[in-house]
Design a protein around this ligand. Structure first.
Ligand SMILES: Nc1ncnc2c1ncn2[C@@H]1O[C@H](COP(=O)(O)OP(=O)(O)OP(=O)(O)O)[C@@H](O)[C@H]1O
Ligand SMILES: [Mg+2]
Length: 258
């Protein structure tokens, strides 16, 4: 417990503009049948306010990279500065704190608690952050309004469509106002129109200055972002700048956007 109280180290000077800076990141999974070298030396930067996609074939290391960026896995080698903080220096308590404070994650499966209404689902990260109950519900409601679900607050996840469920998961990821939103195949379980709607939510969030990194194997979805990191066999094949990103139909965020 005491670990949770230790302050995070000071940011490394000179990195104020980048939310993610990784250099020569490697990840080796050690298995009985031998090691799997999932990431073999990845270097790139995500600046504050960028919307970036990671693409590549199945097994190329996309989810592994996202898990490292989300501090769910520690890299086996290399440098990772998150919001200027050197992740390798953190103990487990500091790591879970930085995850709670700075990162929101969205997955292909929405991972919602089906027995609880969506306000409670979205408020959950605030419980871990030690926010008092009244404030928690208030913040959760406002974040649900932000993603356009203000009229569904007391629905349970089973009473929502797939696109609405993913909006709940996005609200849950955003409720702590993280520096970084990470998404692993966020539209993988959705039909193409609903997937486009979720891209609209991401673009609206991006316009309000949020930093987003999404993993997708769908070229079309990647083109909603500004930059595509192409992975192949655990290495970056190339980094592509999307000159004119696709524009999803405009999603108007709720009033708490600013
Ligand atoms: N927990 C694990 N233990 C051992 N090996 C793993 C583990 N997770 C992933 N791998 C291996 O690491 C490599 C990269 O996997 P990863 O899940 O990152 O790929 P991916 O690009 O996300 O693929 P997909 O598009 O299918 O989701 C694969 O060879 C995979 O088998
Ligand atoms: Mg994956």
């Amino acid at each position: 417990m005491i670990d949770h109280l230790r302050p995070l180290p000071e940011p490394v000077p000179g990195h104020a503009d980048s939310v993610i800076e990784i250099r020569d990141i490697e990840k080796v999974y050690v298995l009985e049948g031998g090691p799997v070298h999932a990431l073999k030396g990845i270097t790139f930067t995500v600046r504050n306010g960028e919307f970036v996609s990671i693409m590549g074939q199945s097994g190329s290391g996309k989810s592994t990279l996202l898990h490292v960026l989300g501090c769910l896995h520690k890299a086996s080698a290399g440098l990772f500065l998150l919001d200027g903080v050197d992740i390798a220096e953190l103990d487990d308590g500091q790591l879970s704190r930085i995850r709670n404070e700075k990162i929101g994650m969205v997955f292909q499966k929405f991972n919602l608690l089906t027995q609880e209404d969506i306000v409670h689902n979205v408020a959950l990260p605030l419980v871990y952050a030690g926010v008092p109950r009244n404030l928690r519900n208030d913040l959760a409601q406002r974040t649900l309004e932000l993603v356009g679900l203000g009229d569904r607050l007391h629905h349970k996840p089973t009473e929502l469509s797939g696109g609405q469920s993913q909006r709940v998961a996005i609200a849950r990821a955003l409720v702590t106002e993280p520096a970084l939103l990470l998404a692993d195949e966020p539209t993988g379980n959705l039909d193409s129109r609903t997937g486009e709607e979720i891209m609209g939510v991401f673009q609206a969030l991006h316009r309000t200055g949020r930093t987003i990194v999404q993993v997708t194997h769908d070229r079309e979805k990647a083109e909603y972002s500004q930059k595509i990191v192409h992975l192949k066999d655990g290495l970056i094949e190339r980094i592509e700048v999307v000159e004119r990103p696709r524009q999803a139909p405009i999603v108007k965020l709720g009033e708490s956007a600013e």
